[in-house]
Design a protein around this ligand. Structure first.
Ligand code: FPP
Length: 247
């Protein structure tokens, strides 16, 4: 695997506009498996194996932050067998992939709640973050037991706890209380699997993100399609609520 420091190839779409932060709703694992007559968990296993390649492709293109939506605060209500299976696959993935990410200068950051994860998983997450903390290549935010509403409520609780004076509560301050405090807002959010929902993902941070959805199931998302998505992004006009002078 050749995951490079993002800055080395920054700006490698045709017109040079590369998103700094790409966030992905990795949907369609279950349907990918069912289509092949396999158990849903097999889709999650294959889906996890695709992550390194996606990180490599985006890093090579000059992306500096990736956020992957792996498990939402709502996913706990899936059948017990699937939840247990996903937790196990995540634990194994961390054990197997952390070293490779570290060797490629990737910084791993967990975003979401930790207290509902088992002790082993908590320890493995802490280890992955500690090991890769000073890496200077791409940042990989792994959203696991993450919910946008939960994140906002948690920020409010911390602000109250810190007794922040009312007049100091600004957007700038608020974002420092979010799980993503050390990442810029996502420029591009990709959803695989054909659904057209935001599903409680980065609700605060996505205010001006460009959105792209594809019917491709997550395990089938390849580098060619990712590159096409980045080209599409590079041709979007982003106005952030303003009017373009030439309009
Ligand atoms: C959505 O497919 C995908 C998930 C719920 C992700 C599962 C997450 C893992 C296996 C762990 C992730 C690990 C790392 C290292 C980030 P779906 O089940 O919603 O598919 P469907 O819409 O076809 O049912």
């Amino acid at each position: 695997m050749q995951v490079q420091a993002a800055s080395s190839q920054h700006g490698s779409t045709q017109n040079g506009k590369v998103p700094v932060h790409v966030a992905i709703i990795m949907d369609g694992n279950g349907r990918w498996a069912q289509k092949r007559g396999l158990p849903r968990l097999e889709g999650h296993r294959v889906g996890v194996d695709c992550i390194q390649k996606v990180v490599e492709t985006l890093s090579d293109k000059g992306v500096k932050y990736i956020t992957l939506y792996a498990f939402s605060t709502e996913n706990w209500s899936r059948p017990q067998e699937e939840v247990t299976g996903i937790l196990e696959i995540f634990l194994q993935a961390l054990r197997v992939q952390t070293r490779a990410f570290h060797d490629n200068n990737v910084r791993i950051v967990h975003i979401g709640k930790v207290d509902r994860l088992g002790l082993e998983l908590q320890e493995e997450l802490a280890y992955a973050q500690r090991l890769t903390r000073d890496n200077t290549g791409i940042t990989l935010n792994v959203a696991f037991d993450y919910g946008g509403r939960d994140e906002i409520l948690e920020a409010v609780r911390k602000i109250i706890h810190d007794r922040v004076p009312e007049e100091d509560v600004s957007e700038k301050l608020f974002r420092r209380y979010l799980f993503t405090s050390d990442s810029p807002d996502p420029d591009l959010i990709i959803r695989t699997g054909g659904e057209l929902r935001i599903s409680n993902f980065l609700l605060w941070q996505s205010a001006y993100s460009e959105y792209y959805h594809t019917p491709t199931f997550w395990p089938d998302l390849d580098s060619e399609e990712l590159e096409r998505i980045l080209e599409t992004f590079s041709n979007r006009q982003r106005r952030f609520g303003r009017v373009n002078p030439e309009d």
